[in-house]
Design a binder for this molecule. Structure first.
Ligand code: ZN
Ligand code: ZN
Ligand code: FE
Length: 755
């Protein structure tokens, strides 16, 4: 007899696919003795649940308050309907439909239970590299289409064995409806071979210990692995990868091992062991036994990650606890994801290949962060573990595609008030990166079921992304100034409304006056901005050449600051500057036809070059990064500079400091002392300009963005001094301050304008 039964129809949206939502619902329904069904569709999770009203309310409360660990409920509705008289509880087949509101989960690091499975000799998954469950494993990198089901992933070609199938169908099992579920019987397999493609039976860790370089197929792409303690192996890797100076990341066997090499704060530990498992850049320990000079030349920080798939556990043993694990790409080319490409392109880089037969569909590099004193993430690269997680934005508009910048490109697509940032595509001047970018756009459109109606681009007419945007038909185009996008990007992260001040410091951005901007005090909101001040203009002789050869910019600073004396000092301090190049630059300076720049990146380059730290940039921003690394943080006092006003514009003039810097160099003061004082000077100059901007505008909120804010000394000193001066200061937490975060700002600006 049916007594007093009710029925609720529930719809839940958010990250609900691939996170064990249905089994969770099933278990709860069983526990409470409720009947009905649950269905996963592109619209989200649907539930009809029947039972006594008190049990139903308990059910709803528990689902919403404690969803499965990886789920994120964005919204839900509950509607009472007539009880159909369900007798039991079922999980219905997935529905495929057009409007897809679900979100795809990023890839998730191996959970503790799966880690236990693979380290238990009695378990059938002992040492099985593809072990996963509902709480962990590959997601974004294997998903081809939504809704998320095995058939739509690169696991489709591996039919489950009866035991796996039984786990998959058992609502009480941790692997219930775990789409990538696999075991040694039915799942993907590893193969290890040498350059001649002969199978090798020796263990991977033994080969690594002998100094071999191994190409390892990972979650979002191939890595190159080498024993990080083996100087010869690391040097070989650097040589073969044609990577002159860029720091390598490492993976340690576990957290305890990581502590041997780095000083790890409790906050850093939390990020290391998080399910996103990013590379965390941390201070190294002195005398940690690593050849630091070739792993992270010129730096005292090291990027460390922990194993995030069972395959990684297999690379280590009792005597091998730290590996270089660097993305397998050749210079600035894309990450390699196919076996064939790896074998072909890495044949003279890797000695061995550890490959497997599960395809990587979406390439995704490791994410790189450091942790701020406030305990928040500061992103250098936002990719694996975070993409394609949504970022909430203030407004909802027609679908937007923001195509980002040129270097460190990401794009951003919006659906309602959610912004989806892509993984990093790198420098779009490389054709293959550009192809990946185009391909990525199509995949995001499909994944989000969105057809962008507005395309947003940078004002730089020669950016590849801008050119592509302008070639698109039947869409509305919106051009956004580079530094305005940086500003809006921080505002969006913090959901700021109204006008703010922005200090945006980076290498280059297309300015509204024909100059190359890069150190700008702005006021603005999502709609508009105006420029209140900037670093004093200097001629940029030779454009891009200046960013690759910091000594050229140092010369221009010396000449501009000191005239003939500057030329004389350059002769002593800039050995890379040959007389021919020097005369050519002087001629061009005389001609007065050069483009002008307020680039902050070039100012740091110049300071790095003058101190002999890094006269040539082998990778983007090297001089600035090494200048920061060498700076003595206990130095007090500042060099002379001036803040001037020109037709209402605040001009930060750093030229006066050059005479004093030269004097300090000639006094043979340590480079670290001078670098330290340089940093303090710049921070002070920024503070004073912002105070002036506040006086002029009455605005008290400041957002900080631009690649220069990867510099932790400037960032932290400035935040502290601004806060002491009563400013409300906002920095990035979810996207990089550099150009990898710019597409978010572009999207938000368009979202406000395009409503
Ligand atoms: Zn697991
Ligand atoms: Zn199996
Ligand atoms: Fe920028």
């Amino acid at each position: 007899m049916q007594v007093n039964k009710s029925c609720y129809k529930i719809q839940i949206n958010g990250i609900v696919q691939g996170v064990g939502f249905r089994p969770h619902v099933f278990r709860l329904a069983s526990e409470l003795g409720l009947s009905g069904w649950v269905l996963n569709s592109s619209y989200g999770v649907f539930i009809e649940i029947e039972g006594t009203p008190d049990k139903l309310d308990e059910f709803v409360g528990r689902i919403i308050k404690s969803p499965p660990p990886l789920a994120l409920i964005r919204e839900y509705t509950v509607e009472e309907i007539d009880p159909p008289g369900y007798e039991d509880f079922n999980i219905k087949e997935s529905k495929n439909d057009d409007s897809r509101n679900v979100m795809i989960s990023p890839d998730i690091a191996t959970c503790p239970e799966c880690r236990r499975d693979v380290s238990d000799p009695a378990d059938r998954r002992y040492l099985y590299p593809f072990t996963n469950c509902t709480n962990c494993g590959p997601r974004f990198t294997i998903i081809k289409d939504v809704p998320y089901d095995r058939a739509k992933t690169t696991m489709a070609s591996f039919p489950m064995c009866p035991i796996c199938q039984a786990e998959y169908e058992d609502p009480l099992n941790r692997r219930f409806h775990a789409q990538p579920n696999a075991c040694p019987v039915c799942g993907p397999h590893l193969t290890l071979f040498n350059r001649r493609q002969e199978i090798v039976l020796e263990s991977v860790s033994n080969l690594l210990k002998k100094g071999s370089i191994i190409a390892v197929k990972g979650l979002g792409g191939f890595h190159l692995a080498a024993d990080a303690r083996n100087r010869e192996a690391v040097a070989q890797l650097r040589h073969r990868k044609r990577r002159d100076a860029k720091p390598f990341a490492v993976m340690t066997r576990d957290l305890e091992t990581a502590r041997m090499y780095c000083k790890i704060s409790p906050d850093e530990e939390q990020f290391l062991i998080s399910r996103q498992a990013p590379i965390v850049v941390m201070q190294t320990r002195e005398k940690n036994g690593l050849p630091g000079d070739i792993i992270h030349p010129g730096l005292n920080t090291l990027g460390v990650m922990l194993p995030y798939t069972p395959l990684h556990f297999l690379l280590f043993d009792d005597d091998l606890n730290i590996l270089i694990l660097t993305s397998a790409n050749i210079s600035d080319e894309p990450l390699i994801i196919n076996n064939e490409d790896a074998i072909e392109k890495l044949n003279d880089v890797a000695d061995y290949f550890l490959i497997h037969n599960r395809d990587i569909y979406n390439p995704c590099d490791d994410s790189v962060i450091n942790v701020t004193p406030q305990g928040t993430a500061h992103f250098f690269r936002r990719a694996r573990g975070y993409v394609p997680g949504a970022i909430q934005i203030p407004t909802s508009s027609r679908p937007i595609l923001a195509v980002g910048s040129e270097l460190k490109n990401t794009f951003c697509m919006t659906r309602g008030n959610e912004a989806y940032l892509s993984q990093h595509w790198g420098d779009l001047n490389h054709y293959n990166n550009y192809l990946n970018f185009l391909n990525g756009i199509e995949r995001f459109k499909n994944m989000l079921a969105v057809q962008p109606e507005i395309i947003v681009h940078d004002l730089h007419p020669e950016y590849q992304a801008t050119r592509w945007a302008k070639s698109q038909k039947e869409v509305e185009l919106i051009g956004v100034q580079h530094h305005h996008a940086h500003l809006a990007s921080v505002m969006a992260e913090h959901d700021l409304a109204g006008e703010v001040l922005g200090l945006i410091c980076d290498g280059t951005g297309w300015g509204c006056d024909g100059a190359v901007w890069g150190c700008e005090v702005l006021r603005g909101d999502y709609q508009n901005f105006s420029r209140l001040g900037h670093l004093k203009y200097l001629p940029l002789v030779g454009g891009d050449l200046s960013s690759r050869r910091p000594y050229r910019m140092a010369f221009i600073y010396l000449v501009s600051a000191l005239g003939d004396k500057g030329i004389e000092e350059a002769g002593k301090l800039l050995p890379n500057l040959q007389p021919v190049e020097r005369d050519l630059i002087l001629q061009r300076l005389d001609s007065q036809r050069e483009i002008f720049t307020s680039s902050c990146g070039r100012l740091f380059d110049a300071a790095g070059a003058i101190l002999g730290i890094s006269p040539i940039n082998h990778y983007e921003g090297q001089a600035a990064i090494e200048l920061e690394a060498c700076a003595d943080r206990n130095v007090h006092g500042i060099y002379e500079y001036s803040i001037e006003t020109d037709a209402g514009m605040i001009i930060m003039n750093s030229l006066p400091m050059w005479l004093e810097m030269i004097q300090d160099i000639n006094k043979k003061l340590p480079a670290g002392t001078i670098a330290g004082k340089f940093h303090t000077t710049i921070s002070d100059m920024f503070l004073k300009s912002l105070i002036k901007a506040r006086e002029n505008t009455g605005l008290n909120r400041v957002v900080l963005s631009g690649g220069v804010f990867h510099n932790q000394i400037i960032l932290l000193e400035l935040i502290q001094s601004l806060t002491c001066s009563g400013f409300e200061v906002y920095q990035h937490q979810q996207v990089p301050p550099g150009d990898g975060g710019i597409s978010l700002g572009q999207a938000v600006i368009a979202s406000e304008r395009g409503m």
